[in-house]
Design a protein around this ligand. Sequence first.
Ligand code: 5AD
Ligand code: SF4
Length: 452
Amino acid sequence: MNKPQDMKKLFIKTYGCQMNVYDSDRMVDALAPEGYEATTNIDDADLVVLNTCHIREKAAEKVYSELGRLRIMRQKKEQAGGEMMIGIAGCVAQAEGEEIVRRAPVVDLVFGPQSYHKLPELVEKAQRGKVVETDFPTEDKFEHLPKPKKEATIARGLTSFLTVQEGCDKFCTFCVVPYTRGAEVSRPVMQILTEAQDLVDAGVKEITLLGQNVNAYHGEDANGNTNGLADLLYKLADVKGLERLRYTTSHPRDMDDALIEAHRDLDLLMPYLHLPVQAGSDGILKAMNRQHTVKEYLDLLDRIRKARPDIAMSGDFIVGFPGETDEDFEGTMQIVRDVEYAQAYSFKYSTRPGTPGAALENQVPEDVKSERLQRLQELLNQQQKDFNASRIGTTMSVLFEKAGREEGQLVGRSPYLQPVQVQADASHIGTIQDVEIDSVGKFSLFGNIVTQ
Ligand code: 5AD
Ligand code: SF4
């Protein structure tokens, strides 16, 4: 271990999904024993890592524009006698590998999501020449990643992500994930329970289980039996001190009866479910290889809502998948009207190299995509507003996370991840309180703690 005077600074910029947020923290943990300390000031950094996203073209292109800025920053630093190593991690690294170094010679190190445990060795190697590491190793990276220091976890706050599953075997025809994150792998149950206990011991109250297809989780327990996500949730519910559980993101095909029952049985499992449908026409769903129909999705939601009547839905949508007609798109508008989402993400279809969708003819013109996206987003925004307004007069549990911007204000999250603001004493931070909602702003709900 290096001495404190050798302390080096690490700056990580995270793009894309929550798993990248989790992974960036793991990179910080992996490099901590090497004397690297995380900084939020890029000018100080000895090592800059861009943890990238490849899901849509725009996300991937951001990396190259950022690299243009970094090249100038590095030049300045070198002129002043300093150094700055530049690494590219995440899904662009995995997908493009060597190509990144060719296109942007300023990059020293390219490494994919399956090699984060090797980071100390890779950084060391990169001192001597360019390194590109995009293999899918056979060993379990989680076994090799060091535990975060307790102080680091405390500093990260009251809520935490925890990756339980990585990769995807579904091969939706628009999606790069099966290629960038690889085949589905589930972490063993004991590993997850230990990590959850460590988080709770450091004050974490709410854990969001992460996986590209988290409800396909099938991890091995201590007895060698395969556990599904429902089994895992019941076990996590026994972790003393853990107050809230969430999981994301799910595929409708993997929403089994046991998981639906877990929503009925477990109070700490928040009644908020991200269950993307992507499109509302059977023809497009088939072309996307989603492996279910509109009716099957709606029937599934009926069953989920029967089990947990207060559940609210979140989703993802793609408009302009190749071959999408006006009528297909009306199907998407209709499914949104039928489901009434509390919140949703929507995107224009983006052609991803190497995916089956990229080879399809009848791509939808850009202006048609834009017009459809606008209509869809208007509807989704209205539904989100309506959902927020429907909370007025109700009492919701709120986990208070921090002080607000104004004097005496606290900010927390409802079960539906809505920011909630109240005037209350700071001693409530870290606790869950019942709050009666009395008004709704653009982004937040407002109310008062209900005194028992
Ligand atoms: N184009 C547009 N959106 C996409 N998504 C995934 N791949 C693409 C693509 N090629 C969206 C899906 C997915 C979310 C994470 O990103 O809606 O659920
Ligand atoms: Fe991509 Fe489909 Fe897998 Fe989700 S389920 S990660 S959209 S291939």
